[in-house]
Design a protein around this ligand. Structure first.
Ligand SMILES: O=P(O)(O)O[C@H]1O[C@H](CO)[C@@H](O)[C@H]1O
Ligand SMILES: Nc1nc2[nH]cnc2c(=O)[nH]1
Length: 276
């Protein structure tokens, strides 16, 4: 089996190019759990439900709306927004999780901003912090590029020295203060989920150098790297990780905290997109 569902991605992209009346922007944003309010501070131009896009998976997680939207962030500057993503724990394969990235490639997306809700493993963090992801650890035991490689899509052995673009990180940092955020920076660890971690698992990932932990993002970033896109990754620390948190975890609380951070997160991301 090929590692990229190239023919299906081409069909999805062709459908979107016909169905959207606006030109497809060059920048895409994936909104993590509870971060959907980004669409409230931009001018939504048009949306297409995932269910209406051939071959697209469907969102099943609360806080993930399930539509692809084109919105205006400034005069003449638009962005493509994925309102909701797909997770490995939903039963999707890594190739299905990253199918939208293959479609983005066909649509000509050049920059990808990925966001997530995550647990804070770095004891200096607090819930409500925002973290720029500058590296990641894939602890899922699976990988979206397993399969027969098509050299026309990307290299068999992909370098991962800088999965997150130093240029975009510098840009995000330069716009932080004026956007009202004071971002931390660190390493995101992807677990499969759907359980939150045990105390022992958090101790383990801390010893690996993890600053935040979640169940998404890394497959999308690997695939975007494969296609040569520039990537910016942002974690909203919705809770301190197990063993560091005073309370037990639940997804409703994760979404609540993400919602409360959403306004400053959104303003910052909007400023970044405008500056690209
Ligand atoms: O990573 P996102 O999609 O933001 O969601 C995070 O929040 C959910 C758990 O509460 C998991 O899906 C985890 O990955
Ligand atoms: N794996 C994981 N995902 C999260 N998403 C939000 N918080 C958490 C967390 O503590 N662990």
């Amino acid at each position: 089996m090929n590692n990229v569902r190239h023919e299906e991605a081409k069909l999805s992209a062709a459908h979107l190019q016909k169905a959207f009346s606006h030109a497809i922007p060059e920048t895409a944003v994936i909104l993590g759990s509870g971060l959907g309010d980004f669409t409230k501070i931009v001018k939504v131009l048009e949306s297409i439900s995932y269910g209406d896009i051939p071959h697209f998976p469907q969102s099943s997680v609360a806080g993930h709306k399930g539509k692809l939207t084109i919105a205006e962030v400034a005069d003449g500057k638009n962005v493509l927004i994925m309102e909701g993503r797909f997770h490995y724990y939903e039963g999707y394969t890594p190739q299905e999780v990253t199918f939208p990235i293959a479609v983005f490639k066909e649509l000509g997306i050049k920059q990808l901003i990925v966001s997530n809700a995550a647990g804070g493993c770095n004891p200096s963090f607090t819930a409500g912090d925002i973290m720029i992801i500058d590296d990641h650890i894939n602890l899922t035991g699976n990988h979206p590029l397993i399969g027969k490689n098509d050299d026309a899509c990307g290299p068999r052995f992909l370098d991962q020295t800088a999965p997150y673009s130093p240029r975009l990180i510098a840009l995000a940092e330069s716009l932080a203060t004026e956007s009202g955020v004071a971002p931390k920076k660190g390493t995101y660890v992807k677990m499969t989920g759907p359980t939150y971690e045990t105390r022992a698992e958090i101790k383990m990932v801390q010893s690996y150098g993890a600053d935040s932990v979640g169940m998404s993002t890394v497959y999308e970033v690997i695939m975007a790297n494969y296609f040569g896109m520039e990537v910016l990754g942002i974690s909203c620390i919705t809770n301190m990780a197990t063993g560091l948190a005073k309370t037990h975890h639940n997804h409703a609380a994760v979404v609540d905290v993400a919602n409360s951070v959403s306004e400053k997160f959104s303003k910052w991301v909007k400023n970044i997109v405008v500056a690209l």
